[in-house]
Design a protein around this ligand. Structure first.
Ligand SMILES: Nc1ncnc2c1ncn2[C@@H]1O[C@H](COP(=O)(O)OP(=O)(O)OP(=O)(O)O)[C@@H](O)[C@H]1O
Ligand SMILES: [Mg+2]
Length: 234
């Protein structure tokens, strides 16, 4: 692999309900590579397979056929424990609904991915969490309960949380789908900043053409196939 390759998919297929009368293939052979500095949008009609694809390339779900190389490592034959470890170390996720723990403070939410693996966070981890909160413009909110933040603020906490492990790849499934247009633009700008400053490839699903137009690359999925994959600002 070239050393700036983060993720590579080869002939990836996915079927649901295998062996049942309602078996359905929803991804029909997907190939692409994500590189270290990519800032890419994944677009396509509802039901085209975007979330399915994102979950597979984030190692949350398994393909039916094909291979996924993450940081050069083939993941298909890995045992679950190994795959979970690789996912935890290299991938950050942001979803449409941020899934923060409402009763916990902002900083506790940001530290959660590390605490799940290592237990009590060390000083270095706490410092990084504060740095990330500063980067997402929430420096003074660290001790607030998540429930006391606005939707856009909560989504920014979710982005900080996704970055606490210093992932090589940040995946986001309609991260602004639940936000008003002004806040969506701000959150998008934050992704852009993360891409530039945290040495992290970003792939995000969006339905908003105004937002996807600001990405460097647009991958369009139609009926489970890549219809186009173009650089927007070559
Ligand atoms: N668990 C499942 N079991 C069976 N079929 C599924 C399952 N999940 C998704 N599908 C089907 O797979 C296809 C792709 O769904 P997917 O959620 O990936 O689409 P999407 O592009 O993310 O759509 P949207 O833009 O609406 O979020 C759809 O036809 C959907 O009905
Ligand atoms: Mg979806």
């Amino acid at each position: 692999m070239s050393n700036d390759e983060v993720l590579r998919l080869e002939a990836l297929k996915k079927s649901y309900n295998i062996g049942q009368p309602n078996e359905i293939e929803v991804l029909h052979g997907i190939d692409f590579t994500i590189k270290r500095h990519d800032f890419a949008a994944l677009i396509g009609p509802s039901g085209s397979g975007k979330s399915t694809l994102l979950n597979i390339l984030g190692l949350l779900d398994q393909p039916t056929e094909g291979e996924i190389y993450l940081l050069g490592q083939a993941t298909r034959q890995m045992i679950d424990q190994e795959r979970t470890r690789l996912r935890g170390e290299s991938i950050g996720f942001v979803f449409q609904f941020h899934h923060l723990i409402q009763a916990f403070t902002v900083i506790e939410n940001v530290l959660m991915p590390l605490m799940l693996v290592h237990g009590k966070p060390n000083k270095q981890a706490i410092e990084r969490a504060h740095d990330l909160l500063e980067a997402v413009g929430l420096k003074d909110f660290s001790k607030r309960k998540a429930s006391q933040l606005s939707g856009g603020q909560q989504q920014r906490v979710a982005i900080a949380r996704a970055l606490i492990t210093q992932p090589a790849l940040l995946l986001a499934d309609e991260p602004t789908g639940n936000l008003d247009s002004q806040t969506a633009t701000e959150v998008f700008e934050l992704f852009r900043e993360v891409n530039a400053t945290q040495d992290c490839a970003v792939l995000l699903v969006t339905h908003d053409p105004r937002l996807s137009a600001t990405c460097d690359r647009t991958i369009k999925l139609v009926d489970g196939r890549i219809e186009s994959d173009v650089l927007s600002n070559p």
